[in-house]
Design a protein around this ligand. Structure first.
Ligand SMILES: C[S@@+](CC[C@H](N)C(=O)[O-])C[C@H]1O[C@@H](n2cnc3c(N)ncnc32)[C@H](O)[C@@H]1O
Length: 305
């Protein structure tokens, strides 16, 4: 990440930052029940941008990619406190499969995987990104029936570990974390259409970053001042800067060496001397390869606008 690509938060950043060069599937550095909120966006299965990374993690089929993510959700469950929340920003993919071009339903798979692990699924957010190309669609002109609905929503899936988190009456940290009525009305509506996607850096260096507005909202909706917020797929650190801007502690895990180096220099450029760890045994664990393989790589139909 070049300096200056990082998302901008308009408040001073304070608090403790820990960075772990490691694997989201094995957070040995983090104790059980030591995190209050996880906010993250993993690499999306079946999006070509992440093919190589999944291959490096040993995942060559769709089921194997999903199992990489499921292992990360299991670790998130372990490190969350009872009542802690997991927020996952994920999008579906459109790509060729054994029977041609199709949808790869990442959000549905994530909902089921996290529920099977023991998370309680909660109502989720549909993040409808405003687009400059409102008429873009995939398909063949104006003749039915072979055109495709445009995928212009991503999901912010929400899960809780166990029952509600409890606080003593008039808890000072909770009171200090209060949000306003108009914020509540916007943030807790199911469709967010007021947040643009983040700038993605120079061509060929797409980071998959989400905008700081998404991270800041989630941090303020689901944690209180002084909490520890984790991003196990930290990327450019958007979640971490949002957490630090709102008085939370931040822990970021990033596996890819170049991305980790960039994240560390960005932290230093923002005035942090982060506690940096290389997780024990963080060498990539190869994903087990289920039998059923998804054949990716088929070109999508021509996009017309
Ligand atoms: C979609 S990006 C996250 C972007 C981030 N939300 C941001 O705003 O910059 C996913 C990140 O997860 C990292 N990653 C992939 N597999 C990982 C793993 N097993 N453990 C930790 N990080 C991983 C990738 O290198 C990439 O930086």
């Amino acid at each position: 990440m070049a300096r200056g690509w990082g998302p901008l938060v308009s408040r001073p950043l304070t608090g403790e930052l820990r960075l772990i060069h490691g694997d989201a599937r094995r957070l040995d550095e983090l104790d059980d029940a030591s995190v209050h909120l996880t906010v993250t966006s993993p690499p999306y299965p079946m999006i070509p941008q992440w093919d190589r990374l999944f291959r490096d993690l040993g995942a060559k089929s769709y089921p194997a990619m999903l199992s990489v993510l499921a292992d990360a959700w299991r670790e998130s469950h372990r490190v969350l406190v009872p009542g802690g929340l997991l927020a996952v920003n994920i999008g579906d993919a459109l790509r060729g499969g054994p029977n041609g071009f199709r949808l790869w339903p990442n959000h549905a798979e994530t909902l089921l995987a996290a529920s099977r692990i023991g998370f309680t699924p909660l109502p989720y957010v549909l993040w409808k990104k405003p687009t400059n190309r409102p008429n873009a669609f995939l398909g063949s002109g104006f003749l039915p029936p072979n055109a495709y609905v445009t995928l212009d929503c991503e999901y912010i899936l929400l899960f809780r570990k166990g029952g509600l988190r409890r606080f003593p009456p008039h808890d000072a940290a909770r009171e200090a974390s209060r949000f306003g009525r108009s914020e509540r009305d916007r943030w807790f509506s199911q469709v967010w259409s007021d947040v643009r996607g983040a700038r993605q850096g120079s061509p060929g260096r797409r980071t998959g970053a989400f905008p700081s507005a998404v991270a800041e909202r989630l941090v303020r909706m689901f944690s209180v001042v002084g909490d520890t917020v984790l991003d196990p797929f930290a990327g450019t650190g958007t979640t971490l800067w949002a957490a630090l801007a709102w008085g939370r502690r931040a822990v970021g895990v990033e596996w890819e060496p170049t991305a980790f180096r960039s994240l560390r220099s960005e932290a230093e450029a923002r005035g942090f001397r982060p506690v940096v760890r290389r997780a024990r045994g963080s060498e990539p664990r190869l994903a087990s390869e289920p039998e059923e393989g998804a054949r990716g790589g088929q070109s999508p139909p021509r996009r017309r606008s």
